[in-house]
Design a protein around this ligand. Structure first.
Ligand code: GTQ
Length: 346
């Protein structure tokens, strides 16, 4: 079964004749592209500690003015994919972006979807599709495919956020491009206010706005309160987790990547099932040990640290604190896997 013919088994002139016609024999590569039972994964379990990354990001602020960078970002690249390919996983790109007081990252739109998870600093904002979204620690702000977005900063201290984009996938599809635009006219109001109270929602016959993304900002205060409420009301609930959704449709907030917030109860150890999509973990509050099956070490995720795990691996999360909850932001490739019909839980 496993002894398929090799390329070297074939006469060199035959292989040359094939190549001249842009033809390739399948059998020497069949096992590589369809390995038995478990996919080959280039994605390596990788940890990006914030404490070591932050000084280098601030240094980028000194070295490169925003006008020369447009977006001042250090990319969290997975060595398994080759650093220059700027992938955290097959479909996920991660970047830590710095904006200094008074700086402006000009308006553009692009085909990849993005979200920002705010890591630290106050006073910055992103204007998305004309809506001004203030940035505070732990907030999640969407910039879905095709929507204009630009970043500004009226505060006094550096602001840092984590960008999560489906850029590697969209680039692979040869569908990645951007368009530069003018400074946006800010419209009144904020989408998230209409959806602040779960259980009451805008009556669609009156409010239909043709917006595919009615909610662009998910304030951390609300997400955190939901997690604490769930944990208090359902003491037996193992996995205290919420999914960031489009409140109008209940679907995932974006089309390709999925976003979640998880609370680890004091002292809790949580085993996540092995699933086909790769996953990213980012500590919003508290510290957690992240053990990825097959990886030979356990990462201690300190506040603002980020790590990733390849698909099809068991991940165990352990809250390092015995008396405080820990809050983890997660991003994964589940919506993509589900849409393609390859989603699996092992
Ligand atoms: O802030 O618009 O990390 O366009 C990469 C590409 C951030 C952004 C990134 C981008 C942005």
């Amino acid at each position: 079964m496993n002894d398929l013919g090799k390329l070297e088994d074939l006469p060199a002139d035959y292989v040359a004749d094939l190549r001249a016609l842009n033809l390739v024999p399948l059998w020497p590569s069949l096992r590589a592209v369809l390995p038995p039972k478990v996919p080959t994964r280039a994605t390596r379990a990788t940890h990006w500690p914030y404490a070591s990354l932050k000084p280098l990001l601030l240094k980028a602020g000194e070295l490169t003015p925003i006008e020369k960078a447009e977006r001042r970002v250090l990319v969290l690249a997975n060595p398994g994919h080759g650093l220059e390919n700027m992938k955290a996983s097959p479909a996920m790109y991660l970047g830590m972006q710095l904006l200094l007081p008074g700086e402006w990252a000009p308006s553009h739109r692009h085909t990849p979807n993005a979200v920002r998870m705010i890591v630290e600093g106050e006073g910055a904002y992103t204007t998305v599709d004309g809506e001004k979204c203030p940035m505070s620690r732990g907030d999640l702000i969407l910039t879905p495919t095709g929507l204009w977005h630009e970043h500004g900063h009226d505060g006094t201290d550096p602001v840092v956020w984590l960008d999560v984009l489906d850029l590697p996938l969209v680039y692979y599809m040869e569908a990645s491009y951007h368009i530069n635009g003018e400074r946006q006219q800010v419209k009144q109001g904020s989408g998230d206010r209409a959806w602040t109270r779960a259980g009451v929602a805008p009556t669609t016959v009156f409010t239909r706005s043709d917006k595919r993304y009615p909610m662009l900002r998910y304030p951390w205060v609300d997400t955190r309160a939901a997690l604490l409420g769930m944990a208090a009301d359902q003491p037996d609930l193992e996995c205290v987790q919420v999914t960031y959704v489009n409140p109008e449709t209940g679907d995932d907030a974006e089309n390709i990547l999925g976003f979640y917030a998880l609370m680890l109860k004091p002292g809790q150890t949580l085993k996540l099932p092995a699933r086909s999509p790769s996953c990213v973990f980012h500590a919003i509050e508290g510290r957690a040990d992240v053990t990825v099956e097959g990886a030979d070490q356990t990462f201690t995720l300190a506040e603002a640290d980020t790590c990733c795990a390849p698909g099809y691996s068991l991940v165990t999360l352990k809250n390092r604190s015995a008396d405080q909850p820990a809050f983890i932001f997660m991003a994964d490739e589940s919506p993509l896997h589900r849409k393609l019909g390859v989603y699996e839980v092992r």
